[in-house]
Design a protein around this ligand. Structure first.
Ligand code: GTP
Ligand code: MG
Length: 370
């Protein structure tokens, strides 16, 4: 499991050793330059420095610096991935449902109202936006932290009658840690006590200055219940996406993240995944967290069977050996042996960590964002 020295890591990132040591200290890890780090820790450091990570094998980490991997040669525009965050009961799920109702393709599928954790909307002008819901409770802090890292844009939902609350602040921190631009959705504008200006003022304290107050953060007044302001919110997202110039190469093996998962009585383990790079195809062998399997079937967000899913698509995947955790990354591997090897390795690691009484990845991630 041990993989790279602090000095070598600094060298590969073209960073100074003391800066790497400082980053480790922030994560609660005391290290000197010859210290050997495990792949998980190295990965966190690499991300902290704003580089992309590629796991060449379970025990080795490759540092991808924007623009230098072959996958970047053929990149095509992709839909923005938007995470909705905010305080409990401020209307994240309601807003997600309301936005879903604006989908021009939804009618064809027969008005499905069943809740899922991720879906894609097509606007009347033909643009696509992928939305991800996040659970609203403290226990999901780690997942939300990861949620922010799969995210291009964060919608910060603040109820106009309640204002900035503890989990609003937490969401702001996650968004900032992930370097994701924020769009403020001031929700519940239909309520008698709605006071959007108070929300704008309160946000100043957290260095969010909305356009109306001379800043750069877009803010939109909405009501998820009355379904007002939704077109403006979508416009704001698309404007932000244009600035970010989001691209991915669809012509490679898929990689992405598990958004949610469950054990279905009839169908076995079902994972909703977000494809972030490449194209996921039926029959592919994937490893997600410590689980693996051959993709037996895929359903899109409207419950229709599909054979392939490209970048920024949320899909339900059937065929995994067991239920992977939300927030776990998934990759397509070349064969079953490789999948089994990685899966066994990860399961062993999980047991080791449990035995040591540490949940290292979670712990360090939380400390990093604390
Ligand atoms: P958690 O997932 O528990 O954190 O909550 P949430 O942020 O997803 O909030 P949810 O969408 O469940 O809404 C919470 C409550 O606020 C529900 O009773 C909604 O009906 C209500 N609500 C949401 N949006 C609006 C709105 O625009 N106007 C009014 N009046 N009520 C709203
Ligand atoms: Mg909710």
């Amino acid at each position: 499991p041990e993989t790279i020295s602090v000095a070598e890591l600094a060298n590969r990132m073209a960073t100074r050793v003391p800066d790497v040591i400082k980053a480790l200290m922030k994560m609660g890890v005391m290290a000197n330059m010859s210290q050997i780090l495990d792949a998980d820790t190295a990965e966190l450091v690499i991300q902290e420095f704003g580089h992309r990570v590629r796991r060449v094998s379970e025990s080795d980490v490759e540092i991808g610096i924007e623009g230098d991997l072959d996958e970047d040669l053929d990149r095509l525009p992709r839909a923005p991935v938007v995470t909705i965050m905010g305080h409990v009961d401020h209307g994240k799920t309601s807003l997600l449902d309301a936005l879903r109702s604006t989908d021009v393709a939804a009618g064809e599928a027969g008005g499905i109202t069943q809740h899922i954790g991720a879906y894609q909307v097509e606007t009347p002008a033909g643009s696509r936006i992928t939305f991800i819901d996040t659970p609203g409770h403290e226990a999901f802090t780690a997942m939300r932290a990861r949620g922010a890292s799969v995210t291009d844009v964060v919608i910060l939902v603040v109820a106009a009658d309640d204002g900035v609350m503890p989990q609003t602040i937490e969401a702001i921190r996650h968004a900032k840690a992930a370097n994701a631009p924020i769009i403020v959705a001031i929700n519940k504008m239909d309520k008698p006590g709605a006071n959007p200006n108070r929300v704008r003022q309160e946000l100043l304290q957290y260095e969010i200055v909305v356009e109306e107050l001379g800043g750069e953060t877009q803010d939109v007044e909405v009501s998820a219940i009355k379904r007002t302001g939704l077109d403006k919110l979508e416009e704001a997202i698309l404007l932000q996406a244009e600035i970010l110039d989001l691209r991915a190469n669809p012509e490679r093996a898929a990689e992405g993240t598990v958004v949610e998962s469950r054990l279905d009585r009839g169908r076995g383990p079902v994972a909703t995944v977000l494809v972030q790079k490449g194209t996921l195809a039926q029959g592919d062998i994937i490893v997600a967290g410590a689980e693996w399997g051959r993709v037996r079937a895929m359903l899109d967000d409207k419950n229709r069977p599909i054979k392939t899913a490209g970048p920024s698509s949320p899909v339900e995947v059937l065929g995994l050996s067991s239920v992977p955790g939300a927030g776990e990354p998934f990759v397509v591997v070349e064969n079953e042996n490789r999948a089994r090897e990685i899966s066994e390795f990860r399961q062993r690691r999980i047991k080791e960590k449990q035995a040591a009484g540490i949940t290292a990845a979670r712990g360090t991630l939380d400390q990093m964002l604390a």
